[in-house]
Design a protein around this ligand. Sequence first.
Ligand SMILES: Cc1ncc(COP(=O)(O)O)c(C=O)c1O
Length: 369
Amino acid sequence: MKVPLSKPYVDQEIKEKVLEVIDSGQYILGSHCKKFEKEFAEFIGTKQAVLTSSGTSAIFLCLKALGVGPGDGILVPSLTAFPTVEPVFHLGAVPIFVDIGDTFTLDLKHVEEILKKGSPGRKVKKIKGMLPVHLYGHPSDMDSLRDLAEQYGLFVLEDCCQAHGARYKGKRVGSMGVAGCFSFYPSKNLTVFGDGGILVTSDETLAETCRMLRDHGRKEKYEHELVGYNLRFNEIQAAVGRVQLQKLDWFNESRRRIARWYGDGLEGTPVTLPRTESWAEPVFHLYVIQTSERDRLAAYLKEKEIQTGIHYPIPNHQQPAVKNGLGPQPELKKTEEAVQRILSLPIYPELEKEKVDFVCGAIREFFKR
Ligand SMILES: Cc1ncc(COP(=O)(O)O)c(C=O)c1O
């Protein structure tokens, strides 16, 4: 039985929408984009949403519009996709890498320690913001982070690229920081069958600046108030995204159910299961277990045609591009331990119980040998 790591949801309605847009003659930032922005903002609970070409460009636009530049330090977890960090570099700013806590999100104690020390290194003049990542679909502890941010005069920009629809104390992620950034990459909880992203915010000025920067710095066709970029979105993918958004709560409910199946099926095995905080409603973009036998287990599952992944094998503070650019980075103990132990198991909304049982059975067999 082949079990893929992820599989995007597709149905007849989505296919028909794509053909409709092709016939409409309207392809970029048209009516589907406008409606998708409105619907997504409503879903998250913000006043505005701005579609972009990817999650990376959503983060870039927000940081740029927030005035991040050379000498600014940005607190960011090391355990995240490299694209969380790239926009910080592109703006000449400096990522300050933070260790993780028990849910693989920013370790509050470490954040506080860095802020108290207040001398983050010779390349940083001032710590300007934090970029928490709701990794694997589990929210970061936003109240505590926002308290610290307020105390030290920082902005909080949420990386929600793996957490569409997740809730923290009842609030959707993306609605608690100055803005939140989402990716529609094919494996994500909401996808548009290609690259795409969106930023959400209730700061009207920030939204307006991002909207201009995304489209060559203009509001009017031939008047450029800013020097911007082409980081636009398109109608075909917006039409797909709108259908996906209607089903997102169902996708996430299904992912949570699958997580419960894994929890039951793996009980009593030596693997460490993902933890959920009492205040969190996670959306299990990934289902990540931990074991010291990670590589041997992954090889065993591969033999059985069960696909797994490691998110991420190299933490960002140890990436060659980071070490070459910033020099050696301080040790991050929990992050460095985690990357040796983490293994992502198959999860996607339509994954059947039979396949989850098959994966759990294979893991049990592995530990019995
Ligand atoms: C946590 C995180 N941040 C940022 C990104 C970047 O998103 P995109 O691939 O749409 O640029 C991703 C997706 O790869 C991600 O998982």
